[in-house]
Ligand binder design. Structure first.
Ligand code: MG
Length: 375
């Protein structure tokens, strides 16, 4: 018996909210003297004529980390949203092509919109996003903990504090004065237990001569080196000067850079951030490519609250375990809960929600008044 084809859903409106996300620790510091005390996040809702609303979130790590800033995300969403009205939110490929045709670049602007459409697709299919992305591996996955840049002793003490919270992978924020950074890495390495993982993330903060001194001074330490310098070429030069395992992050902004890094053997692990590459659709493409290339990944975003953490969880949980080096639970770093149903860390592990879509419901009182409403 022929069944009537289901009517395609259409986008009827886009709403956005600005949310402040303060940090439990007061501030987060990384290379170049950069710090953030309150994260400026943007939540979007995409309404449809199918009785389903999808939610997304974008939260840059301040304006100095990547070519992205919070007010820019909102300005971009305002610019882009009218071109989405009337479109099918479940046709994710078509939708992404349309966003790319309507606005060149600005991947972070598109990230929350794409995320919200995945939420809609999952809700309509009555499947969690992790299922749509290939299905989950195991009961959960391991998280890493970023350690804000402080004096070496303080950072080493934090390793113990975070281990008591269940973490076993620690990412030190270095990329400052090379002599202090060497002390930071050595002090934290001494605080490690067997099986722990240590990453020194310079966030582009060193010049080549500085990075060369640091990697040479820690050559006897079991530490991963992440994005020592600004450009790909500089990072490659440092890669050739060290035996330490190597992670590329800021320069990995899309498929061409992943292919180039894989071809050049320029990294052992890449850091895949959802908004850096333009949303879950593109992040999933890169994730699958990395699996094919044999390249492990840290899966996360530039920052965020409950909705970003849920999106990370779906992408990470649907990644083969041996390829997932670590992921991040940003919602445990911030004091404000913005959605119910978001995954919560347990003993250093996280798991994607089994509810349809992203599995989160925004708490309207936490969002306040919308800053944007189109449609
Ligand atoms: Mg990094």
């Amino acid at each position: 018996m022929a069944t009537k084809p289901r009517k395609h859903p259409r986008i009827t409106g886009v709403t956005a909210w600005q949310v402040d996300l303060p940090l439990h620790e007061g501030s987060y510091k990384w290379s170049g003297g950069n710090q953030v005390t309150v994260f400026d996040s943007t939540v979007v809702a995409i309404e449809t004529d199918a009785g389903v609303t999808g939610y997304g979130e974008i939260c840059p790590l301040g304006p100095a980390y990547l070519p992205a800033y919070a007010a820019g995300a909102r300005a971009g969403i305002k610019e882009l949203a009218p071109s989405l009205i009337g479109q099918d939110p479940t046709a994710l490929g078509v939708l992404n092509r349309r966003m790319d045709a309507a606005m060149r670049g600005h991947p972070y602007v598109k990230s929350a919109l794409d995320m919200a459409c995945w939420d809609i697709a999952g809700k309509l299919a009555e499947l969690p996003v992790a299922q749509l992305m290939g299905g989950r591996y195991g009961d959960g996955f391991r998280l890493y903990r970023a350690i804000s840049q402080e004096a070496p002793k303080k950072m080493a003490a934090r390793v113990g504090d975070y281990r008591r919270e269940g973490y076993s992978k620690f990412q030190l924020k270095v990329g400052g004065d090379p002599d202090t950074d060497i002390e930071r890495i050595r002090a934290c390495a001494q605080a490690l237990k067997r099986g722990d993982v240590l990453i020194a993330d310079a966030n582009t903060g060193w010049l080549m001569h500085q990075a060369t001194r640091v990697v040479d001074a820690v050559k006897d330490v079991d530490v991963y080196i992440e994005q020592p310098c600004t450009t790909y070429e500089e990072c490659r030069a440092i890669r050739e000067r060290t035996q330490r395992p190597f992670i590329l992050d800021e320069v990995i902004d899309g498929v061409p850079m992943v292919l180039r890094a894989a071809q050049d053997r320029a990294a052992d692990v890449i850091n895949l951030k959802i908004s850096k590459v333009g949303g879950l659709t593109k992040a999933r493409q890169i994730r699958d490519l990395c699996v094919s290339l044999g390249l492990a990944m840290i899966i996360e975003d530039t920052w965020g609250g409950d909705i970003v953490t849920a999106a990370i969880a779906h992408l990470a949980h649907s990644t083969p375990t041996e390829f997932l080096f670590a992921a991040t639970d940003f919602n445990s770093y911030v004091t404000k809960e913005i959605a119910s149903g978001a995954p919560r860390r347990r003993d250093g592990w996280l798991a994607a929600s089994a509810a349809p879509g992203l599995g989160v419901t925004p708490i309207k009182s936490a969002l306040g008044k919308p800053v944007l409403s189109i449609g």
